[in-house]
Write a protein that binds this ligand. Sequence first.
Ligand code: FDP
Length: 283
Amino acid sequence: MNTVLETIKKIAFEIDEAIKTEDLGYSESENSSGEDQLKLDVQSDLIIEKAFASAEAVKNLVSEEKEGVLELNSDGKYTICYDPLDGSSLVDVNLSVGSIFGIYEGELKGENLVSSAYVVYGPRIELVIATKDKKPALYRAVDGIFKFIEDISMNEKGKLNAPGGTQQNWSLNHKIFIDTLFTEGYRLRYSGGMVPDLHQIMLKGGGLFSYPGTTDKPDGKLRQLFEVIPFAFIYEQAGGQAVDHKGKRLMELVPSHPHDTSPCFFGSNYEIEAMKKAYGTKD
Ligand code: FDP
């Protein structure tokens, strides 16, 4: 596992360099979810593929940018599911973006995730790594190496609200719930990048990030293996919760296809309990 985590650190510097120096235009291809790929998406994907090519512990790679599974070592222990450049549509307006890694052992499902990590490319590069039975650890790049900053722990209740999805397509129930939080004094914090939005909520103590099912996307937009499950693990390890629209833990998800999505709610305990009540999954 150490080799895998050290490789992620190396990848973070390479992708950061690509963001700062490479062409921001579109490539001629689409990803598996039918979204246009930026040249940077494709390049970040290649950086990750190359970096893990010689890691013996890695059996398979599954990328948000590719349809299938790439086998690296039949004797390897882990499958790494990753989103090389999440929120890449924000690079041209110079907002923060990220990379997300879910490390699974065995069948690809929530309960087999053994570790997850994400990198935030912002004014500085930050990295969060979560492993079992420990608080997630925050690192910051200083002079070309990742320096440990602190363990992350969320409060029982936060102040921030990051509601994703097109509001026109929300259910009335969801709209009422989100409005109720604002009426209670929550402040809007939504950049449109899952990584910086969830990072902000976690580091500022708590709050809610939601991406519900909508009339145009009944199963939400965010992908289970690359985005939802890795962050669910990190939020739970930090003392928060991560559930779907039925109030079920996202860590219990069993995707039937690598690119399946799920409605998702990440937050501190207060907001998730409020969500369960609003959605009628709790008395
Ligand atoms: P993007 O499409 O730019 O890669 O992963 C999908 C994602 O970004 C998340 O980072 C982000 O939270 C979400 O989509 C934003 O979607 P909306 O524009 O629908 O709010």
